[in-house]
Design a protein around this ligand. Structure first.
Ligand code: HBI
Ligand code: FE
Length: 297
């Protein structure tokens, strides 16, 4: 188990919104597991069954192993205390309940201390495929299995520490692109094939197929400076996915100082979501048909 990070001082003068009524100063709340209704557990089951049918052969082995090892089952929304017993033992991580999106600084402080903030609510049955804020299905089914993986576990903590530094340096937009294109929408090569590890993909039935099987999006070998410049869509499938050679590449990303890389891209323009550069190592050049005719992101 990795020791907790030193606490970074709060940014002077950077006002962070107050937590909503009933939440603690760090924005956490009780999960309130006993308050979930039968309907809410049924929504979980529908989503769980849909994803577990799709993921063998599509999600990376680390995700499937993590899901197996954790008390995440079809019948009920998981109890965070039960998850945390295993997570703490394996990688020193825990899940903490939050009411929804939390301010960036609060989010990073939690990650820097190996606490993953998870929404305690679940989407309604009428909104199975669309939600504005990350709910317990996205946060727990999508993120918790990978927190059992030592490389991703260290990377997530480093991202929290790097996020606090990025706030200070005024480069949060760039660092957030790295999170998006790894933790949320990352692909990885495994046994000569492409596999999913990103939580935004593994928690979405339609994007699970699109990310791997559609000819539309680019699939580009991961390159840090490329990704620091790569804008993304938050409202639809991605136009490009970035592919790691191995999850162990996250360990190197966890250890390096991003500052020289921020400097290297400081005067270069940000790249549109569907862009392809001559320097890109394209594993698949997307035909772009899915997003054609849409308003550019
Ligand atoms: N809050 N609960 C929650 N979950 C997130 O994924 C999250 C957040 N606040 C900020 C945030 N993500 C991102 O904008 C940062 O990674 C930049
Ligand atoms: Fe997420």
């Amino acid at each position: 188990m990795t020791p907790a990070a030193p606490v970074l001082p709060v940014l002077p003068g950077a006002a962070t919104a107050d937590p909503p009524a009933g939440a603690r100063p760090d924005w956490t709340i009780d999960q309130g597991w006993s308050r979930y209704t039968a309907e809410e557990h049924a929504v979980w089951r529908t989503l769980y069954e849909r994803q577990t049918r799709l993921l063998p052969g599509r999600a990376c082995t680390a995700f499937l192993d993590g899901l197996q090892a954790l008390p995440i089952a079809p019948e009920r929304i998981p109890d965070f205390d039960a998850l945390n017993q295993l997570l703490l033992r394996h990688t020193g991580w825990q899940i903490v309940a939050v009411p929804g999106l939390v301010p960036d600084e609060v989010f990073f402080q939690h990650l820097a201390h190996r606490r993953f903030p998870a929404g305690n609510f679940i989407r309604r049955a009428e909104q199975l495929d669309y939600l504005e804020e990350p709910d317990v299905f996205h946060d727990v089914f999508g993120h918790a299995p990978m927190l059992m993986n030592p490389a991703l576990a260290d990377y997530m903590q480093a991202y929290g520490e790097g996020g606090l530094r990025a706030l200070r340096l005024g480069v949060l937009d760039k660092l957030a692109r790295v999170y998006w294109h790894t933790v949320e929408f990352g692909l990885v090569r495994e046994a000569g094939e492409l596999r999913i590890y990103g939580a935004g993909i593994v928690s979405s039935a339609t994007e699970t197929r699109f990310a791997l099987e559609s000819p539309s999006p680019h699939r580009i070998r991961f390159d840090l400076q490329r990704v620091l410049r790569s804008r993304y869509r938050i409202d639809d499938f991605q136009q490009a996915y970035f592919v790691l050679d191995s999850l162990d590449d996250l360990l190197a990303l966890a250890r390096i100082d991003f500052a020289p890389h921020y400097d290297a891209v400081a005067t270069l323009p940000a790249l549109a979501p569907g862009a392809a550069l001559p320097s890109d190592e394209l594993l698949h050049r997307g035909d772009g048909h899915y997003h054609q005719g849409q308003r550019p992101a």
